[in-house]
Design a protein. Structure first.
Length: 160
């Protein structure tokens, strides 16, 4: 699918911080030399094409009290992945839930990112998820140091 220059410019504008004001789209549109209506029409078109899935806020969890996080790797029977993944994703402490291919020495195929206020709380959450899903084989991998955390940039800012 080929994107128009306007579509690329709008994507570029929304992939960063959205202005906190009463008319954020108007402000973004103005920065691109577009009308607010034109900007919103491009966004609507991207949504209808299935290119934009959702808008969401990114919480800096360490600054908000969630000082511990863990990637939990789960070994889930393939025929249960969708149902189990849905249940895991329903936990408010889970920010990400993915299915990935296992490797020979690493049999885990579902991954959840758990956020909490302590390592012990992360372990307790993993235990609750295990009990609710019936998945007992899992590894809890704690983050030791954040090396990089940025949102993906798909298009650089396009000049008008």
């Amino acid at each position: 699918m080929q994107l128009s220059d306007d579509e690329k410019r709008v994507i570029s504008a929304i992939q960063g911080d959205i202005p906190v004001c009463s008319h954020p789209y108007k402000e973004l549109a103005g920065s691109l030399g577009m009308s607010e209506a034109g900007f919103l029409a491009v966004l609507e078109g991207l949504d209808k094409k299935g290119l934009i899935r959702r808008f969401g806020a990114t919480l800096r969890h360490q600054k908000s009290g969630f000082t511990s996080n863990a990637m939990v790797a789960w070994r889930v029977e393939e025929e249960r992945v969708s149902d189990v993944g849905e249940t895991m994703a329903s936990f408010k402490e889970v920010s990400h839930c993915y299915r990935r291919d296992p490797a020979d020495a690493w049999p885990y195929n579902v991954y959840t990112m758990v956020h909490a206020t302590s390592r012990e709380a992360c372990l307790e959450i993993a235990s609750r998820i295990s009990q609710k899903t019936g998945v007992s084989e899992y590894k809890v991998l704690f983050s030791k140091k954040e090396l990089k955390k940025t949102s993906m940039t798909y298009f650089d800012a396009q000049p008008r």
